[in-house]
Design a protein around this ligand. Structure first.
Ligand SMILES: *Cc1c(COP(=O)(O)O)cnc(C)c1O
Length: 346
């Protein structure tokens, strides 16, 4: 099988046969003219025209940032849109299934349930390391998607590159590597390996290190055929004009200094946390949060809330009993957290 056949063999028949909606603006996009084709208001107010459904300017900018071509980029209303689209493109409801590590990002299970696709959750090892063999054993001929979040949420660790390559080599479906936190990790991104793997989809987002959570801009990087399928199935105007314009502006701002500061604060907060008597373990983190195991997670969670500090209680998540997930904030915010913890320790 060639690259395209390998991908198409995994696509739902109804999606393969789809003739997508063609927007009025598809044909004459960038050109100047008298636009009497889309029933918009003709009165200029900055927003009266539909946005570019192909987001060409923004993809060009993101392509330059990431060092890849626009045909390998899908832009979504958050990564969550890309996750949902992958289910809709590859998984026949009630027939196909998907596999994910557990614990991991909650949206994989929500999107699977909405699409009526069983998600087989394969536990990580007790130390949160990956179990590639167990993951492959959970797959069968109907397993179309395998979700691997690296660095993983909520455990914070990035998985070794050789393990990910082994999954790519031996899993016959689409491997989705969610790199929402890759900017905070020395492990970096798998993006440079994209040309080698036709069935690899990499998810990244502008919501975390890039600091644009409110704009809702997620990115998927993959083979041009997968990107073409995602573009055909998405809502035509999924990225609104405000997001396209504001993201163009924001992406010209560097973010390295902020990432360095968060990483430095992560180290400082981790060392401080480890010194409290009620802290059993601070897990190593490649992300902008720390997973911390404590004596009584619910009690500590309530104590922090009473001090106006909101963290994420992961006490009821598999393998995370007794754990809180704490985002790294500004230095002053982290200091407030530490002060509150000192009071709790007394
Ligand atoms: C925060 C997060 C995202 C980002 O989702 P958006 O919809 O792009 O905001 C994606 N994956 C993981 C694992 C996350 O933690």
């Amino acid at each position: 099988m060639n690259r395209n056949e390998e991908i198409l063999a995994l696509v739902r028949p109804n999606i393969r046969a789809l003739s997508p909606y063609s927007t009025a603006r598809d044909e004459f996009g960038g050109k100047l003219g008298v636009f009497l084709d889309a029933n918009e208001s003709p009165y200029q107010n900055g927003w009266n025209r539909y946005p570019d459904p192909r987001q060409q300017a923004l993809k060009k900018r993101i392509g330059a940032w990431k060092g890849i071509g626009a045909e390998q980029i899908f832009l979504g209303n958050g990564s969550d849109e890309a996750i949902d689209l992958l289910f809709r493109i590859f998984c026949r409801p009630g027939v196909d299934n998907a596999v994910a590590i557990s614990p991991s990002y909650g949206m994989y299970a929500v999107a699977a349930a909405i699409n009526d696709v069983p998600l087989r959750e394969v536990p990580l090892a007790e130390d949160f390391s990956l179990r590639p063999k167990a993951l492959l054993q959970a797959c069968d001929a109907q397993t179309k998607l395998l979700f691997l979040c690296s660095p993983n949420n909520p455990t914070g660790n990035a998985f070794p590159r050789p393990d990910i390559r082994a999954l790519l080599a031996h899993f016959g479906g689409i491997l989705v590597v969610d790199e929402a936190y890759a900017d905070f990790s020395e492990a970096g991104s798998l993006l440079a390996e994209l040309p080698q793997w036709p069935r690899l989809v990499i998810l990244q987002t502008c919501s975390k290190a890039r600091g644009l959570a409110a704009l809702r801009l997620g990115m998927a990087f993959a083979d041009p055929l997968i990107i073409q399928l995602m573009s055909q199935v998405k809502y035509p105007y999924n990225i609104n004009e405000a997001t396209q314009r504001l993201a163009m502006e924001a992406l010209s701002q560097p973010m390295d200094a902020q990432v360095r500061e968060i990483v430095a604060e992560r180290g400082r907060v981790a060392r401080m946390l480890a010194s409290f008597p009620f802290v059993r373990k601070v897990y190593p983190s490649d992300a902008n949060f720390l997973l911390v195991r404590v004596d009584d997670a619910d009690a500590l969670y309530e104590h922090l809330i009473a001090d106006g500090i909101i963290v994420r209680n992961r006490n009821r998540v598999p393998l995370c009993r007794g754990c809180l997930r704490i985002t790294i904030g500004l230095q002053a915010e982290n200091d407030k957290l530490l002060t509150s913890l000192q009071a709790y320790a007394k």
